[in-house]
Design a binder for this molecule. Structure first.
Ligand code: BGC
Length: 761
């Protein structure tokens, strides 16, 4: 039976029931017609499959789920900048879904890190949409290669947890397109997720779940999304409006009120039955896809996945500071390990993504294994509350003082990084700051190991730390991954995917976060993350794209396929990277673009390419990037499209966004045929910015200037007049002139408009 026949046999009640979850994690089944349920679960960095998943349960019970591999969370794995690894992690999680009877994984999360305070940043990849989009796409491809669906979430602009159910993200169209939608667009187009989960919040006053523009016009019609849209858990505020907008499935269920409302609305013809049918079709397609998929191996290899979790962690860890090559460790005889996170690592953040790990590497144990010759002293260092305890600090100081080196594990109290609320600040606890400074005052060889999901302020202590590692929420294999890096068995290769600002108040959202009266204004526009710090030339603690290695790299021979190119032809860029140090290592080569001149303001630089490359000492590899038209384009709200403009671009190749090693200018020839937008109220500047408009104004200017009567009344030279009038409406200027010379402004204006528009017809 084909889908249409199947739907034609369903009653309205069956259809409505299918569009509303039957339980916390399952859709309804229609046994009479052989339609089975779909089972979903969180996501994203492991499988949180609760026991008795078919039953109606309290979705807030986060405690018991079946064991599954806990991979590092998104803020960590993003720092690998390795799409192949992300895909492998997706495959492994897809495999675990099969073994747990899951049809759809609720992930990846692809929201932008607008503020470092967002309580859920550990679940998101980056502040950069280009990078996020590629990483999300790779992960989805991995999961779906196993015949399991991925639900890309949270669509869109759920960039803070503060008031997530009521807040309206007020975002101008260009910013929405260029920053907040792009990452989703890439993932949808490249990886074709089975599902997209709409967010809790509003965008420009309309709930995402009721936003036809986002869910239907952009997602389906423009991007070609073919899967089904489900709501975030409890994100439907009106089932009829949400169905109209494009939410196929309301989760979780059951929702008696929604069900009744939907049936009533269909019966009263408030909503056409075809809309319901379309939603049913989208869901049934996923059911069929899932049941038809060939699902191999119903068991997963726990050991193999644990190894992969270690690998992900070791490539995620970012070496931020390494004074005098303090790392890797040089066979210390005595090591002071301070900080409870050494024995109780924080492997993930709090909330719906929490999984129950199958295994756990403990950093302390792993260090002990690798430091066979060394004597280790341990102190807990701090408790998980915020009180300063001087006795603990004294004990830590004592062991640090007598040791060859101090490894100081710092983790924020877990309640600070949790879904559903944001952090209040970026600070470590007062006690932790004092602990770092006191330990470092007696032990110059102090390495701080940060174990958290988002950046923390470092101003008060960083100068005292000789070494600094950002290990993130490192997943269950993080302990061994970290020990391998400390002892040089693995060369660190992670780089930051978000800027670490010096101070919270440097962040672009500082005066526009968290918002008031249920509105948060994205006043920084497209200048979010490094786009802002670069534009304002603000010093940052660590820039986007930054990370150290135990070896060094040199870049040379930046070449392009052509110095002048048509946007539709794109451009190939090549660069040589050499390992100039003594150890094998991996480098993340970054390509940024700068549009030298454009009608609308553009960022100083934007990431448009990245590659991770492995090099032995002295080895050189040529890296190539293919840039396409979209990479050079920006979204122009007037034309409602991505456009390019003729002119120069600077290609920048860098080790980070603030360490650009090579640059080259190229000339783009645009094929964008922009419709003319000049109208009765356009300013002189707008006329001059338009290629045809400029010619018309120039000839008008000549005409007027050559008139004797005009010369008599006007002292101004041609140049002065047009310069001074740049931001004046042309019609207003003509009217002013008409006081002095006999012209009829409206007639001139209509002639000019006819001329400029006719040119393009
Ligand atoms: C979260 C989603 C999650 C869902 C189910 C919601 O509160 O925002 O990310 O998938 O719960 O647990």
């Amino acid at each position: 039976m084909n889908i249409n026949e199947l739907i034609s046999k369903m009653t309205i009640k069956e259809k409505a029931a299918l569009c509303i979850g039957a339980s916390a994690w399952c859709t309804a089944s229609v046994r009479r017609l052989g339609i089975p349920q779909i089972v979903m679960t969180d996501g994203p960095h492991g499988v949180r499959r609760v026991e008795n998943i078919d039953e109606v349960q309290n979705i807030f019970s986060l405690t018991k789920s079946l064991p599954s591999t806990c991979f590092p969370t998104a803020s960590a794995v993003a720092c690998t900048w390795d799409t192949e690894l992300l895909q492998r992690m997706g495959e492994a999680i897809g495999q675990e879904c099969i073994s747990r009877g899951i049809d759809i994984l609720l992930g990846p999360g692809n929201n932008m890190k607008r503020t470092p305070l967002c309580g859920r940043n550990f679940e998101y990849f980056s502040e950069d949409p280009y990078l996020s989009g590629d990483l999300a796409a790779a992960f989805i491809k991995g999961v779906q290669s196993k015949g399991v669906g991925a639900a890309l979430k949270h669509f869109v602009a759920n960039n803070q947890e503060h008031k997530r159910h009521t807040i309206s993200a007020e975002i101008d169209e260009r910013t929405l397109r260029e920053i907040y939608l792009t990452a989703f667009e890439t993932a949808v187009k490249e990886a074709k997720p089975w599902a997209v989960m709409c967010a809790y919040n509003k965008v420009n006053g309309t709930y995402c779940s009721e936003n036809n523009e986002l869910l239907t016009k952009i997602l389906r019609e423009e991007w070609g999304f073919k899967g089904f849209v489900l709501s975030d858990w409890g994100a439907v505020y009106d089932r009829v409006e949400s169905l109209k907008a494009g939410v196929d499935l309301e989760m979780p269920g059951p929702q008696k009120k929604s069900f009744k409302k939907l049936i009533k609305a269909i019966r009263n013809e408030e909503i056409e039955e075809e809309i319901l049918d379309k939603a049913v079709e989208n869901i049934i397609k996923a059911v069929i896809k899932s049941k038809k998929a060939e699902k191999k191996d119903t068991e997963f290899d726990q050991g193999f996945h644990h190894e992969l979790a270690r690998k992900m962690a070791s490539e995620s860890i970012v070496l931020l500071k390494n004074n005098n090559d303090i790392l890797p460790l040089k066979e210390p005889k005595t090591i002071a390990i301070i900080g409870r996170a050494a024995k109780e690592p924080h492997i993930q953040g709090g909330g719906s993504s929490q999984v129950n790990p199958t295994n756990m590497d403990i950093p302390y144990d792993e260090i002990e294994k690798l430091a066979e010759q060394a004597e280790i002293f341990y102190e807990e260092g701090y408790t998980m509350d915020e009180k300063v305890d001087n006795n603990m600090i004294d004990r830590a100081r004592n062991i640090a003082q007598g040791a060859d080196i101090a490894l100081l594990f710092i983790a924020l109290p877990p309640y600070k990084e949790f879904e559903s609320y944001d952090r209040d600040d970026m600070e470590l606890t007062k006690h932790q700051i004092k602990l770092i400074n006191e330990v470092a005052s007696v032990q110059p060889k102090t390495v701080v190991i940060l174990n958290n999901g988002s950046p923390v302020s470092m101003e008060d202590w960083i100068d005292n730390a000789a070494g600094l590692l950002q290990t993130w929420f490192m997943g269950q294999g993080g302990g061994k991954a970290l020990a391998d890096i400390l002892f040089g068995k693995v060369n660190p290769s992670g780089k930051l995917t978000e800027t670490f600002p010096m101070r919270l108040k440097d962040n672009p959202t500082y005066i526009n976060y968290p918002g008031e009266n249920d509105r948060v204004i994205y006043g920084e526009g497209i200048f979010m993350g490094y786009r802002y710090y670069d534009k304002k030339e603000i010093d940052v603690q660590f820039p986007f794209g930054y990370g150290l290695s135990y070896t060094s790299f040199e870049y040379s021979n930046l070449n392009v396929s052509s110095d002048e190119f048509k946007d539709i032809d794109g451009l190939t860029v090549e660069v040589d990277v050499k390992n100039t140090g003594k150890l094998p290592g991996k480098e993340i080569v970054q390509l940024y673009l700068r549009d030298i001149e454009s009608r609308l303001v553009r960022p100083v630089k934007e990431l448009k390419g990245f590659k991770k490359v492995e090099l032995k000492p002295d080895e050189t590899k040529t890296i190539s990037f293919v840039l396409n038209m979209r990479d050079f384009a920006y979204y122009h709200p007037t034309y409602k499209d991505w456009i390019t403009e003729n002119g120069e671009f600077e290609i920048m190749i860098g080790k980070s966004s603030r360490d650009i090693c090579l640059t080259k200018k190229v000339n783009l020839v645009s094929t964008t045929n922009l419709p003319c937008t000049l109208n009765y109220t356009s300013t002189v500047r707008e006329w001059l910015d338009d290629e045809e408009g400029r010619k018309i104004i120039e000839s008008l200017s000549e005409d007027i200037m050559s008139r004797k009567d005009f010369q008599r009344v006007s002292g101004s030279s041609n140049i002065d007049l047009w310069k001074a009038a740049k931001d004046t409406q042309l019609i207003f200027l003509l009217k002013q002139m008409s006081w002095a010379i006999p012209i009829v402004p409206d007639i001139i204006m209509s002639k000019l408009l006819a001329k400029v528009h006719n040119k393009r017809i």
